[in-house]
Design a protein around this ligand. Sequence first.
Ligand SMILES: *[C@@H]1O[C@H](CO)[C@@H](O)[C@H](O)[C@H]1NC(C)=O
Ligand SMILES: *[C@@H]1O[C@H](CO)[C@@H](O)[C@H](O)[C@H]1NC(C)=O
Ligand SMILES: *[C@@H]1O[C@H](CO)[C@@H](O)[C@H](O)[C@H]1NC(C)=O
Ligand SMILES: *[C@@H]1O[C@H](CO)[C@@H](O)[C@H](O)[C@H]1NC(C)=O
Length: 463
Amino acid sequence: MLPRVIPSILSVVFFFSFLFFVAALVMQFVRIDSPDLENEAVFNSAPYDVFVYSAFYFNQSKSLGESSIVILMTADFEVLDTIKKLDLLVINATNRGMAMAELERVTIHDACKWIAMTATAEVVKNPSLLFVSLGGNHAPIPFEVVSTDPKPVVMCISPLFAAENWQNLLVALHVYKRFGAHMHLYIRSVVSPMLEILRVYEQEGYVTLKPWNRINLLNRDERDFNPNLNVEFRSQAAAQTDCLLRYKEASEFIAFLDLDDLIIPRMANSYLNEFRFLAAENPSVAYFTYTKQNTRTRAYKRANVFSVEHVLRSVQFEQTTETGKMIAIPSKVNNTWIHWPHKTVKKLEVDPEINSITHFKHIDMLDGMGVDHERVPQYNPTTSGGDAEKPLISNKNLQMIEKDFNRMSWKSSIRRHLRSLPINMTYGKLINICYKESYYTFHAVNENHGMLCPGPERCDVSF
Ligand SMILES: *[C@@H]1O[C@H](CO)[C@@H](O)[C@H](O)[C@H]1NC(C)=O
Ligand SMILES: *[C@@H]1O[C@H](CO)[C@@H](O)[C@H](O)[C@H]1NC(C)=O
Ligand SMILES: *[C@@H]1O[C@H](CO)[C@@H](O)[C@H](O)[C@H]1NC(C)=O
Ligand SMILES: *[C@@H]1O[C@H](CO)[C@@H](O)[C@H](O)[C@H]1NC(C)=O
């Protein structure tokens, strides 16, 4: 049995937007009894339903050409064997035209029954209506016009689920801001004071918040088939691709990170200059990977004494690494899985001596207060000894970050929610245990049988 998260005193709020539609492409209904959700028969009885996350119109794209549409969706991977293209009907003020949108796989493996995919087509200019056309029937798809408003560096953060780690969030918001990145955050559910605080940071331009929906099939009962149990980590690859598409024309570099991953530039004074330096040295690459260096740090449990500077000054590298994350040049990548794109494009594995991700793997939660302003955090990756001359982050940057954090936390709109932030974490621990049991133990020994499709949905059906 997998553990269930016990609902605790803290309320978790959901962040909803309206749901996009569901197209039933080929109906192949097989009645399944609910206790059999995990068994072979379910896996083999594919329902050809498609859930559309988002659709984007590119007026003028560096890589997708003039006037194109990309539809991002999730469906059974078997769909790709049967269907190569979607028929689109696209209408503008003067014309209407049919287009064939080519399906492309995003997720690199078949460990989960439902994978992310895109459909791309060139369409009539300035469309007002988009339909998927099926046997003479047309299903309307709402779409967004992709923004070209410049955001040179974007940090796409994978969807938060029952999130309560506000310490990580505050550190990330301030570090990204300091070094010139815009944070784009997907939310399934967070504890309510965190959401209230995030809304203020959004108003101040630190972050864009977007809901990340559960998959909700209009034509099927979840007790028969629940696609949410059959996508990898709440469809993280689709979330990353959504973020990539949103900023494809607006940004020069897009990083795909978890909330506890932090990049701190070392080659330059900003993300943009560091990434431009790497791109200039390696002009043919489509993306870079930074390794994840695990670290241990400390943070105050209570928000009224919490300090971003304290967390950053306390970082110690643990000399262990995990699979890295990527930073894409969006004109050279059209979609991406969690760690790399399905399509083979040229990559640069950045040497940890140059830089890597500071992964907040372990955080000791402290009761006290105060900051040792003398402690200088060293950059100590697995491949080299620390360079005392070049710490993880400079004193000046630490001071500027703390000052900005103080400015924000003194706002009454934030201050009033600080006291409601959780002191003891409950959800994170339980979800970690569940991940371990359902995924990481198998992953670790490279053994695929017995592995369930990983994701937090398994840990609690009530979220
Ligand atoms: C698309 O670009 C053209 C110029 O290239 C412009 O006239 C038109 O208004 C743009 N359409 C949209 C929807 O932004
Ligand atoms: C991205 O899409 C465009 C248009 O379909 C295509 O020409 C280009 O080769 C694609 N790039 C990659 C890396 O797949
Ligand atoms: C509609 O699409 C056609 C074909 O792309 C284009 O020539 C025409 O200008 C478009 N109409 C408007 C109003 O944008
Ligand atoms: C947090 O945990 C500690 C030790 O387990 C306990 O004494 C304390 O009452 C808890 N505080 C809250 C607010 O739940």
